[in-house]
Design a protein around this ligand. Structure first.
Ligand code: MRU
Length: 345
């Protein structure tokens, strides 16, 4: 199953807003549909957003209704601006758009047809890089886990969130293939339920025993020694190792530290942000109040109240045991480890 793919010149994505009830793939050559899907979480998860954004640039540039009086390079710039405004936190989006921009800048004399070819090839390379990174993260991360472990994860960092086998879930499925995993506790992940709707669905399909818990149950699960490790994905990792991920991740890291349980972050190097010195430089998306005041379309809070709805929180690096990338397993001091990793990539 590929959450986002490129088939004969158009994007095919699995509409994640409909899971787990319905598996509906959407085929589109309209970049506006792709942008709306990213905003509305039909396409979600940091690496998947990056891949969709790259193919989105190709769609925008070759669209019949594009402004063909503009040069291809101008159309690339416009597309990057528009796609870049969909969601602010996952840096994979901006890293992918940057790669696409570089193609246009490095080929100033290419014909329109040639530049389109090059852009499509770059988007495919971004997709393939992610597929490879996911598999390698799985292999490396599984080596951190012993036999007979129970794990806990938050949100969805699986195949649905990437072009390949996932990040945190790639580690879990790789370890499960080695017979190491007894069960996985899955936080439901308020308010949009990526844990119960998506992660539980993916793990069940993979034949891995799932125990669904509310986010607030994680504290007693960790206190009671039911879990040997917590493993999550990330949307953006600052140069010092502070990591933004789905809101509710930071409290899990605090709990893991309190109960001496290792807390692992799994993410490709495309999630590292060398420009953000620490977590306070990471822009945190705020979502529509309705995602909290309403549940499945029904109002569950009084009208007229204040709402604070950040989509992500930042886990300070000192609470992270290790960051698993496709290049290496990074440990404290993260600033030096991340700088080394970015130098060789
Ligand atoms: O709002 P979402 O569902 O896009 O948030 C996704 C997450 O927080 C994931 O954990 C993160 O993108 C890592 S995905 C490999």
């Amino acid at each position: 199953m590929r959450a986002v793919d490129w088939i004969d010149g158009h994007i095919r994505y699995l509409d994640q807003t409909l899971l787990p009830h319905e598996e509906r793939f959407v085929d589109t050559d309209d970049v506006r549909v792709v942008e709306d899907a990213i905003r509305g979480l039909g396409i979600r998860g940091a690496p998947a957003i990056g891949v969709a954004a790259a193919f989105g640039v190709v769609l925008a540039v070759k669209a019949k209704n594009a402004d063909h009086s503009l040069s291809v390079r101008r159309r690339v710039e416009e597309a990057i601006k528009s796609i870049g405004s969909t969601r602010p936190t996952a840096v994979n989006l901006f890293n992918a758009l940057h790669r696409m921009k570089m193609i246009a800048e490095r080929n100033p004399h290419a014909s329109e047809a040639r530049l389109l070819q090059l852009l499509e090839a770059e988007a495919k390379a971004i997709q393939e890089d992610d597929i490879r990174a996911c598999d390698r993260i799985g292999e490396l991360g599984a080596s951190l886990l012993g036999h007979g472990v129970s794990l806990l994860t938050h949100c969805n960092a699986g195949a649905l969130a990437t072009a390949g086998s996932g990040t945190a879930l790639s580690v879990i499925t790789a370890a499960a293939r080695q017979g190491k995993v007894v069960r996985v506790f899955v936080d439901e992940t308020r308010p949009l339920l990526q844990g119960s709707r998506l992660t539980a669905w993916e793990l069940q399909k993979a034949g891995i025993p799932v125990v669904l818990i509310t986010d607030s149950t994680a504290a007693s699960v960790l206190r009671d020694g039911k879990v040997e490790a917590v493993i999550v994905g990330a949307d953006r990792i600052a140069a010092n190792g502070d990591a933004a991920n789905k809101v509710g991740t930071y409290p899990l890291a605090v709990l893991a530290s309190r109960h001496n349980v290792p807390f692992y972050v799994a993410a490709p190097t495309s999630t590292l942000d060398r420009e953000a010195p620490n977590g306070s430089a990471i822009p945190i998306e705020e979502r529509d109040a309705k995602e909290i005041t309403h549940f499945a379309g029904v109002r569950v809070a009084p009208e007229g109240i204040g709402v604070y709805a950040p989509a992500f929180d930042v886990t300070p690096n000192e609470l992270i045991t290790a960051i698993v990338t496709e290049k290496d397993i990074l440990r404290q001091p993260f600033a030096a480890a991340i700088a080394r990793t970015l130098k060789v990539s």
